[in-house]
Write a protein that binds this ligand. Structure first.
Ligand code: SF4
Length: 295
């Protein structure tokens, strides 16, 4: 079978940077490295990192207390994930007596900065995204209590009166078209609203590459990444929107050879949190599948 891999498949630079920071500390000083919640949303990679002395503490939403024994704190490092955290969480983590290293993706930092500047000027912030996602939870912390996560038109229509200063931003991993549709809906009630398209370049590249693969006449898509990874699920959703059959899998173990043998050319992409070793394994195994004879 011919396998066409998306150029952007796999780790984005923000995730790669966070992993490098954590690995650097673990390797250099052989110090225990703790991350405030899972460093990336990929089970296989988290297992690998655990073997290197990088351990998750806290929780997915960075809301629970961090459990690190008192005697271990002095020698340890606590790394903040690419998703970022709220200023309150930062204050809490810094109070623990563990060396603190912020690996927030600079693209998330840009969104936080925009919110912070406008909140200071009295703006209410509408955030297009998932209110339960750690990135949105962190961003909410910069809104000075005037942050409103929305995901649908209904959410926009249910907003309270936001006053005359409104800014609209997006979680970095949302669909561009959806963001503009939501921003336009907000503008119907607040024509003066400031709109900042804060979807990151890495997300846009991954979304754009679905169209690139489609144009290369692939017959189906394989999207690799955690079933709980928001950005991978969105990629799979986008691939399905093309009308082509789409298979979302976490590892090569999920390949259904008989099913996939019906295709001659398949497009492969992977979420921003999918490690290279999983992508390679899936691509190699797909390439080895002999397409079923036609007719
Ligand atoms: S998806 Fe974008 S914002 Fe998120 S870590 Fe990657 S580059 Fe940064």
């Amino acid at each position: 079978m011919q396998v066409v891999r998306a150029q952007s498949a796999g780790f984005c630079w923000g995730v790669e940077r966070a992993i490098e920071i954590a690995r650097d500390f673990a390797a250099k000083g052989k110090r225990p490295v703790y991350t405030d919640g899972p460093l990336i949303h990929n089970r296989q990679m988290m297992e690998r990192l655990q073997g290197e002395g990088i351990q998750e503490v806290g929780d997915y939403q960075s809301s629970s207390d961090v459990q690190v024994k008192e005697e271990e704190r002095e020698n340890s490092v606590l790394v903040v994930r690419a998703h970022g955290i709220s200023p309150e969480r930062r204050q809490y983590l810094k109070s623990l007596g563990i060396e603190f290293k912020d690996a927030t993706c600079p693209d998330v930092g840009i969104v936080a900065g925009k919110i912070k500047i406008h909140a200071r000027k009295g703006y209410a912030t509408v955030i297009f995204g998932d209110r339960n996602h750690p990135e949105v939870i962190g961003l909410m912390g910069y809104t000075k209590g005037k942050g409103y996560p929305v995901k649908t038109f209904e959410d926009v229509d249910a907003l309270p009166d936001l006053g005359d200063k409104v800014a609209v931003v997006s979680q970095t991993t949302m669909f561009t078209d959806d963001f503009h549709a939501i921003a336009n809906r907000v503008k119907e009630s607040y024509p003066e609203a400031l709109v900042f398209d804060t979807i990151c370049g890495a997300t846009k590249d991954r979304q754009g590459d679905i169209a690139v693969l489609y144009d290369q006449e692939v017959e189906a898509f394989v999207v690799i990444g955690g079933h709980h990874s928001a950005n991978t699920c969105k990629l799979a959703m986008l691939a399905r929107k093309t009308g082509l059959p789409t298979y979302h899998m976490e590892t090569a173990k999920e390949i259904d050879r008989e099913e996939l043998a019906q295709y001659r050319k398949i497009g492969v992409t992977a979420g921003a949190s999918t490690p290279e070793f999983l992508i390679k394994e899936v691509c190699n195994q797909l390439a080895a599948i002999e397409p079923a004879p036609v007719g």
